[in-house]
Design a protein around this ligand. Sequence first.
Ligand code: SF4
Ligand code: FES
Length: 250
Amino acid sequence: MNLRLFIWRQPNRNTPGKMVEYRAHDLSPDMSFLEMLDVVNEGLIARGEDPIAFDSDCREGICGMCSLVVNGIAHGPQRATTVCQLHLRHFRDGETISVEPWRARPFPVQKDLVVDRSAFDRVIAAGGYISINAGGAPEANAIPVPKDLSERAMDAAACIGCGACVAACKNASAALFVAAKISHLALLPQGNPERARRADAMVRQMDAEGFGNCSNEGECEAVCPKEISLSHIARMRREYFRATWLWRRA
Ligand code: SF4
Ligand code: FES
């Protein structure tokens, strides 16, 4: 199959970018979207041109590195699918496709389709952990966890930190990402002792990074490749409210 591509090219953070047209020929419908970009890049390199910069690592939907807006949708048109797991069979032969980076002020473009997502790292560093000396792996049943809580914690832990929720939100809110991390730890007994300090610190860091407020639009949940539920945002708000009473007043 053949595709007509309009791809965002930007030399660096301080230089304006633009959409550039490319043609990709003789593609297999079984190729992933990133493999198609690899083919385009091989052609560019063969012609002595600068290849298109884009992020990827696992290409299995688990690391959260891939970050493309395809035809205006973060991670592309396939629901609950990272762009590395999106295959060309979901597009028509001869289709015109636009490819852009995440667009959000806290995620500045570094080059072409690569954005700086270190704001997420700083939110995690503010409190997304349990401060104990973990030592060796504990005996699995040493701390009993009710089944429903472990299931809900695992649902939240599925967040891969890709940032699609921010890219899709008109407010560039990171609420779904931060809520997933706060929920994951707040629901488990191991996360309980630092629950208030964690919620307070992570929400304040999220605000300091310049992410916008959540106004319950739901685009984040719609594009999330791990189908993280908006209900975690409700839990984050409850945790933060609790923290402002318990932690700051302690
Ligand atoms: S909540 Fe979903 S979209 Fe947002 S960072 Fe986590 S996995 Fe990605
Ligand atoms: S490259 Fe790892 S999730 Fe896409």
